[in-house]
Design a protein around this ligand. Sequence first.
Ligand SMILES: Nc1ncnc2c1ncn2[C@@H]1O[C@H](COP(=O)(O)OP(=O)(O)O)[C@@H](O)[C@H]1O
Ligand SMILES: [Mg+2]
Length: 244
Amino acid sequence: MSIKVENLTRVYGTTRAVDGVSMSLSDEVQVLALIGPSGSGKSTLLRLLGGLEVPDKGSVSIDGEAVSKSESELRSYRRKNGFLFQSFNLFPHLTAMENVVLPLTAVHGWTGDEARARALDVIRRFNLEHHSEKKPGQLSGGQQQRIALARAMAHDPKLLLLDEPTSALDPEMKAEVLDLVEELCQAGQRIVLSTHEMGFARQSADYVVFLAEGRAVESGKADQLFENPKTAEVKSFLARVMKW
Ligand SMILES: Nc1ncnc2c1ncn2[C@@H]1O[C@H](COP(=O)(O)OP(=O)(O)O)[C@@H](O)[C@H]1O
Ligand SMILES: [Mg+2]
């Protein structure tokens, strides 16, 4: 995906959450990982790229098209993307199946039959058919997150944005979610994710951006950045997170 970001800035009160970020990714990049310490601006940048948030300054364009700043145009841009957050955000009173079906009918305008057929496909692909009639409260965290991922990509999003998709999960549940994300990467899905899973970022992302205090301090191909970081910030970050 070609992503061009110029001087992107988002300020909350006195906090410069994203502070003049520029980057230009070529079409060869399919999976982009945002890494960096807590509070460095990963979620804000992800939300700006997905159109959930409007920048105070600067611009984003995806595949040569500028992401609009008008709310009505942003709404249609946002609908083309898929989102998954740290906490699963499923509707508690709906079954797993209904959670996947509802956005397809309510947001994307599919008929009930189309939506159910598609939801079943995705649920099968993710090996969740045994859980499709359960409500979120009857599912483990990993299963809930897999349902949330099924929901995020059921409408075949142009861009799938994952914000620390495994950080609320126990280790073995992280693995089951990361395996699915990996499968989507292999299948050619375009993904931007923020993550603390350095092993996963290194293996699955083509390109990595390291943020600190809202700035893109270093970026590059995943192999290069992890094996041969250039800046002291990335070196010390990696030394800290790889320690345990
Ligand atoms: N809605 C908000 N209101 C006020 N401050 C925010 C808001 N969202 C993020 N921030 C602040 O912006 C900075 C970057 O946050 P965030 O993008 O969530 O970083 P990360 O995802 O890397 O932890 C932090 O200092 C955070 O407290
Ligand atoms: Mg975050």
